[in-house]
Design a protein around this ligand. Sequence first.
Ligand SMILES: [Zn+2]
Length: 256
Amino acid sequence: MKSRSVYRAHPDHASAAALAREERGHWVMAALYPSSSSAKTVARRVPIAEMMPAYEPAGAYEAYAARHTDGTALWVRYVAGDEPVPVLPDRMSVRIRHDGDGPGYSGIGIITLTVSTRCSQCGGPRGFDTVIPHRFHHDGDWYVADRWANKCGHVDMYDAVLAESREVLLPLVPAPVPLPSPPADDSPAGLILAAAKLWRGMHATQAAQMLDVRGHGEYAERIRAELRSRNGHMSAKQAADLLHALPSPVAEGGVQ
Ligand SMILES: [Zn+2]
């Protein structure tokens, strides 16, 4: 990566946007904020280029905010163009070797964990698309655990990943899916279904994010409320079903 410091009082968004534009679809750390709320606010503005001229036109960039060891990092990528770029999922499942917590030898084990796709150190995307099985031999038996490589270069140790999976992850601002061309049905549910058709595996959090960008914040909140009651298990299609099932249209801006 080029020498471009993100440790500065005034983030250089013009340079970050230019760097991201050089390699479409590649995530670039644009800035580092001491407060997570600032980072999240900027992450919401980047995709719509609101007060962020470096990221014009609206829809050309995606962004998310994620924990960094020195604050909260803003990551952006350039997505303008015809071909869709791969969606960055929020979570990844991996198998790790875990030999037990108890005192003394408690046997070798393989456990499957779900962790964030964001690097715990810099917030950059983890190598969720590089996961490969690693077979190893121990005491007469064969085991399989996963290995992956993070593009940022930070190495995930199994113990750290296990600890991370056990703590409550801070809510992340997910990368919104690129906006589809206006569908015939441009109701909030119609928008979600059109996007879900293009991006398989689209999650309800991404559906809510897309509705935010499209000015349907009240519907996005309804989806998030349902997501919480389902402990985060909800696809975009289920979110669309939820909106279809609403008894009456939610008044835009009318709900406290
Ligand atoms: Zn990293």
